[in-house]
Ligand binder design. Sequence first.
Ligand code: SF4
Length: 393
Amino acid sequence: MDAPLTQAICPERDALIERAEGLVRDTTLASVARWKQDRPGSKAIGFLPPYVPRELIHAAGALPVGILGGGDMEVVRGDAYFQSYICRLPRSTIELGLSGALDVVDGMLFPSICDVVRNLSGMWQILFPKSFVRYFDMPQNFEPEIGGRFFEHEMRSLLSDLGALTGRCVTDDDLRDSIAKFNVNRREVRALYRLRAEQPWQVPSSELYALVRAGNVLDVDDHTAMLRAYRATLDASPRRPKDMARVALRGCFCEQPPLELIKTLERSGCFIVDDDWVLSARWIDGDIATDGDPLWNLVLAFLERAMPCPSLYELRKERGEELVDGVRESKAEGVIFAAPSFCDPALLDQPMAMACAKAASIPATSFLYSENTGQFQVIREQAGTFADSIRLS
Ligand code: SF4
């Protein structure tokens, strides 16, 4: 039987969620345009998942803007640039670019998540030759003197280019200030994640997802204030405990699931207590040091405390081990593998992760989605059956 979503009874919380969902759905990036209008001459830099150090963009005086595809927008021209048997995110991103929706950003960064995004980066340079475009390579070697030095060079070069674009000569103190602001922001995000794992009825995942995603298009201070205001509403107006199946969601680290999909999982009786969506918001576990060499601190944070992701070569643990650890930590009772259709990194990783889950006796199920999935009945039935099987076991 479908479980009702936790009902919000707090007007302040409703207003915050309405704002966050509005920001998530707005592919025209109106909030970014407003930010720039308020700061004549300022720049905004778009970046794709899973991660770029937003501190670099911020320190250069620009607004980091997470671009997570076009949602359910109609893709017409974007289809002409990619074969049909790849995920939707690059095609909708091209559509956004060609339709002018990304004119408000002054540059685009394409991190090394997969070959599709590497190709997209090349296409962007051809399609928008006057635009600031960088392919941002992340190390797959975690030795500080090898991968670390490489990453330091990549970041220094990006920082220099960003400074040339914005006209700011970025100092170490600028970078330290930016790191400090994002540390505060990550703390707030993690506090909500902790609370959700402890009391998932207090922080419905559909709300957490919208709130964290909203940070893609907001100034970091504005986003931190939004998260704090939300947390304050939980203290002032707590929700009643509920009992539903606790699940971890995996596979959503790049092309993002539609908001309605998260609501569907909740309605089907699942508390999502762990996930891997919007990873850029919590890519680094814990604070990044602000003393010493700030660029090297960013390097070490990446090498030592980056979130596990199928696109990263993982030395610290066996593939799938992090999943089992995450499940234990969040006290999840099962795993839902929800991968974007045709996403090679997610789908190549999935058999290993599923085998680890099976070996650890963790129930698991899987389905595919795309950012424009609009029919949820089958997923609702599947997730509902999965939730029931967990509750009855
Ligand atoms: S969804 Fe997967 S395949 Fe598509 S761009 Fe992202 S990582 Fe690459």
